[in-house]
Design a protein around this ligand. Sequence first.
Ligand code: SF4
Ligand code: SF4
Length: 485
Amino acid sequence: MAWTFSDEVTFTPDSETPGFSGMEMNAAPGDRGARFDEDALGGGPFNFSATPGVSQGLSPRRTTIMLKPVGATCNLACDYCYYLPVAQGYEAPAKRMSLDVLESVLAGYLPEAAAEVSIAWQGGEPTLAGLPWFKKMIELVEKHRRPGQTVNHALQTNGTRLNDDWGAFLHQHQFLVGLSLDGLLRDHDHYRKDRQQRGTYQRVLDGRAILQKHKVEHNLLVVLNDRNVTRPREVWRQLMALRTDWIQFIPAVEWVHDPDATGDHAWKTADFSPPGEAYGRFLIHVFDDWFAHHRHRVSVRMFDAVLSILARGYSTECTLGNTCAGQVTLEHDGSVYGCDHFVEPNWGLGQVSPPVSLTCNGQKLDPSEPGDAAPLDTDWMSRLDSPRFETFARRKQEHGAMCRSCDFRRVCNGGCPKHRPVRGSRPAPSALCSGYRMFFAHAMPRLEWLAGYIQRGDIPPAEAPSSIMPRNSRKPRVKTRKKRR
Ligand code: SF4
Ligand code: SF4
């Protein structure tokens, strides 16, 4: 059935005015589903070259979905928000996804999807859809999932709206929550402000306390920018002091016009973006400390992805993988895109039809009456533009000369196309390339050593052989003098 109007909850996103210039930096460049699910990808990464037939690229079996219940609407106004242009692309302010569209999405996806799937809920700030909306969503999932099918939920949030009701709900339905916290208070509050320009650090920690109180599994997402990237020691120490087991670092790379340049080079990365070398130094510091002290307990998403590439041959995060084919993004209005970093008209893949108002002799039918309900759009996925999706997904494989001859391409794959000049429009290396190369050159022997144990199903010993350690960290040889006789 279609939901009647009276089923809709009133959209009252707190006392704060919702707007469109704020967004939750998503996990998902990286967090394409916070739990990696091999089964959802058909037993491994999707590989166009190995699988002829583009239509297979968009089957529910192979694709996971990210939904934006309120589009780019957010109660915060972070300075490095990448979703601002998305919000500006709408003619009208974003509203909440209607329950009819939501039901169509689920009814067209779940019955054919894998036995275990993860759905990622993102924004903007997705909790602005309201708890009643999310409770209806759970009902609809129950209605449309197959018997025995497991549906995991991942929610990316700025954490400032969490309360006990949310905590109990997230616990009950076993959500995995990604919480955005940029390390130190001074860096977090510099960029992550609310719409009254107030810092939000303490409110995020209060939100985390709710998650801890209700035993909600969660990870911390640190958006790396020009400030916190220069303080790896303090940021990492703070994260370890917070006793978190799951961490993601997402570099905030955006492109802006360079007024001092012309032609092809009239672009540069935004002032808030982390410079490549600083990114490399940050990763090196974190890796060294993680390897020495925390690798048995703490998961760092990028390190996990590299280990997966080395041990199993595929990446667990899209940024380092070889295609952008693992997931589609659905906006609040039912429009579908290959990735939420490319929600723009030229990458639109199609549309989940909004509900049709049924009329008879000019009279609107009551959709609550049996037989009068607008039909659900259950075949939206088969209508998506597969050739365009393939073009989108393959762009990641279009490397310039430097990447083609790079020793680290197997673990980097040129990074996210959005980080390449300008948003992947030129076959040039990532803006983070120098950092990637510094990091891989430094860490590869130890990553390969760990990957060997993963491959064999063994647990690596606590002490790594000195031959794989960087020169400056090897134990100095103690010279012993021969005793004089
Ligand atoms: S463009 Fe590709 S690599 Fe970048 S976030 Fe999207 S899917 Fe991932
Ligand atoms: S490290 Fe640089 S050159 Fe090598 S694959 Fe990555 S982006 Fe390309």
